[in-house]
Design a protein around this ligand. Structure first.
Ligand code: HEM
Length: 405
C-alpha cells in the first residue's frame, strides 16, 4: 500500500514547513491529515517517512543507522568521523563505553558536588562555559543554515562560525591535555575511560565535543520549561514544594538517595518533557525492507521521528496540550504503549545521557524549588521555537521570590 502524503513541491518542502509555522506544526498537520505514517519532503533529505504512532514505532526500534546527509551539519565538530552516523560496528562499543560512564551511580553522585554538565564533561578544567555555549550556537546556526539553504543574514557568519569552532577545538584540546597528566580518577571519568579503551586522540576529542553539545543545552532547557509550567500551575508548584519540605525537612539540597522519594517532582519533569521535549526530533535510515502496519518501506528510506508529535498523539494522550503530571503515575504509565513517551529517543541510538540528565534536572529543580517560587513575568509571551533544541524565542522571563515571603 502506498504511504499517504502531500504532493511533491519544487522547493523540496521548504515553503510548506514555513507556511505551517515550523517543522513541528507541519508534522502535527501532516499526521492529522494523513494518519500515523506519512511520506513527506524533508528539507535536507528529499523524501522521508514520519511515524507518529508508538506501536508502529516498535517496528523501527532496532534500526541502528542514521541518514548521513541529515546529520552532515555536525561533520565540522568531528575529526575522526561524525559520531551521530558512525557505522554500527564502531558505534556499539562507543555507546557501551559512554553508558558505563554516564549511566552509573558514580557519575550521578559526582554531580552533587559539581552541578554543571559543562564542568562534568570538561573534567573540571577552567573554562568559560558561557563562551562554550555561545560558540556551539555560532557553529550550529551556520551549518544548519547551509543544510536548510536559508539565506545568510550576516555576511560574516561563516567566518564567525570558523572562529567559534577553533575556540571549541582549543578548549577540548586543553581539557584532554590537562587530563593526561592526571590519569583516570574514577568510573565517572569520561576521558579516562576513553584512553583506557584505546580510543584514538581524535575520537577522544570528538567524544568530549559531542558530549558537550548533546548535554549543554538539553538539560537546561528541560529545567526552564518545567519552571515555566509550574509558574502557570500554582497548584502543582504547591505540591512540589510540600513534597520537598516533607523529604528534605530543613535541608536546602537533596542527597542522591532523596531523589527517588521526590516522586511528584519526577512526574512534573516528565510531563514537562512531554509537552516541550528538548530534542524534538530524530531520524533513522532503514538498512533492509520494513513492514510498518499496512505499508512496506524499502531499504535506504529515511525514517523521521517526530518525538514531539508522538507526545501529543491524542489516541494515547487525552487532551494532549493540557499540563497534567498525573499522566505519569505508575498506573497511567502502564496503560500506554512503551514508545508513547520518548524524550530521550529510541533503541540503539537513544540518548546515553538519559539517566544522568534526569538526575541533574531533578537536582537543579529541587534546589531551586525548595527555596524559591517562580511566576510568569507579566506581559511576557513565551513562544517555543525549534533551534538545535526546543527553546523559547524571546526566552522565558519569570518573577522569582523566596518561598517564605
Ligand atoms: C534532558 C536532557 C536531554 C535530553 C532530552 C536528550 C535527548 C536526546 C535525544 C532525543 C537524542 C537522540 C536520540 C535518538 O536519535 O533516538 C539524544 C542523543 C544523545 N544524547 Fe542526549 N539528551 C539529554 C541530555 C544528554 C546528556 C546530559 C548527555 C551526556 C552526558 C547526552 C548525550 C547524548 C549522546 C552522546 C547522544 C547521541 C546518541 C547516539 O548516537 O548514540 N544527552 N539525546
Amino acid at each position: 500500500m502506498r504511504i499517504p502524503g502531500p504532493e511533491r513541491q519544487e522547493d523540496g518542502g521548504l515553503s510548506a514547513v514555513a507556511a505551517a509555522g515550523g517543522l513541528h506544526r507541519y508534522q502535527l498537520r501532516l499526521h492529522e491529515a494523513y494518519g500515523p505514517v506519512v511520506r513527506f519532503q524533508l528539507p535536507g533529505a528529499d523524501t522521508a517517512v514520519s511515524v507518529a504512532d508508538p506501536v508502529l514505532l516498535e517496528a523501527t526500534a532496532h534500526i541502528d543507522t542514521r541518514p548521513e546527509e541529515l546529520f552532515a551539519f555536525l561533520d565540522p565538530l568531528c575529526e575522526a568521523g561524525n559520531l551521530q552516523v558512525l557505522p554500527a560496528d564502531e558505534h556499539t562499543p562507543w555507546r557501551r563505553l559512554l553508558l558505563s560512564v554516564f549511566a552509573g551511580r558514580p557519575a550521578h553522585e559526582r554531580h552533587f558536588a559539581r552541578r554543571m554538565i559543562c564542568g562534568f564533561a570538561l573534567g573540571g578544567a577552567e573554562t568559560d562555559t558561557d563562551r562554550v555555549v555561545a560558540a556551539f550556537e555560532e557553529v550550529l546556526t551556520e551549518h544548519l543554515r547551509r543544510l536548510y539553504q536559508v539565506p545568510r543574514a550576516d555576511p560574516r557568519s561563516a567566518e564567525r562560525a570558523e572562529a567559534a569552532l577553533a575556540y571549541l577545538r582549543a578548549t577540548v584540546d586543553r581539557v584532554v591535555a590537562a587530563h593526561r597528566s592526571d590519569g583516570r580518577t574514577d568510573r565517572s571519568d569520561l576521558i579516562g575511560a576513553l584512553v583506557e579503551a584505546g580510543q584514538s586522540p581524535a575520537r577522544i576529542r570528538d567524544t568530549v565535543m559531542m558530549t558537550l553539545l548533546a548535554a549543554h543545552h538539553t538539560t537546561g532547557v528541560a529545567v526552564s520549561w518545567t519552571l515555566h509550567l509550574l509558574g502557570r500551575h500554582p497548584e502543582a508548584a504547591d505540591r512540589v514544594a510540600a513534597e520537598l519540605d516533607q523529604v528534605l525537612g530543613e535541608r536546602a539540597t537533596p542527597d542522591y538517595g532523596d531523589l527517588r522519594r521526590l516522586t511528584y517532582l519526577d512526574m512534573v519533569l516528565k510531563e514537562s518533557m512531554r509537552l516541550f521535549p528538548p530534542g524534538p526530533y530524530g531520524a533513522r535510515e532503514t538498512t533492509e525492507d520494513l513492514v510498518l502496519g499496512p505499508y512496506e518501506i524499502p531499504a535506504g528510506t529515511t525514517v523521521f521521528y517526530p518525538f514531539w508529535a508522538v507526545h501529543l498523539n491524542p489516541e494515547h494522550w487525552p487532551e494532549p496540550e493540557r499540563f497534567d503530571p498525573e499522566r505519569f503515575t505508575p498506573q497511567e504509565v502502564a496503560k500506554r504503549p512503551r514508545l508513547a513517551y520518548v524524550p530521550f529517543g529510541i533503541g540503539p541510538r537513544s540518548c546515553e545521557g538519559a539517566a544522568l540528565a534526569t538526575v541533574e534536572a531533578q537536582l537543579v529543580l529541587a534546589v531551586l524549588l525548595k527555596r524559591l517560587r517562580f511566576r510568569p513575568a507579566p506581559g511576557h509571551e513565551v513562544t517555543p521555537v525549534e533551534r538545535f533544541v526546543l527553546w523559547a524565542r524571546d526566552g522565558i522571563r519569570m518573577m522569582v521570590r523566596p518561598r517564605d515571603l
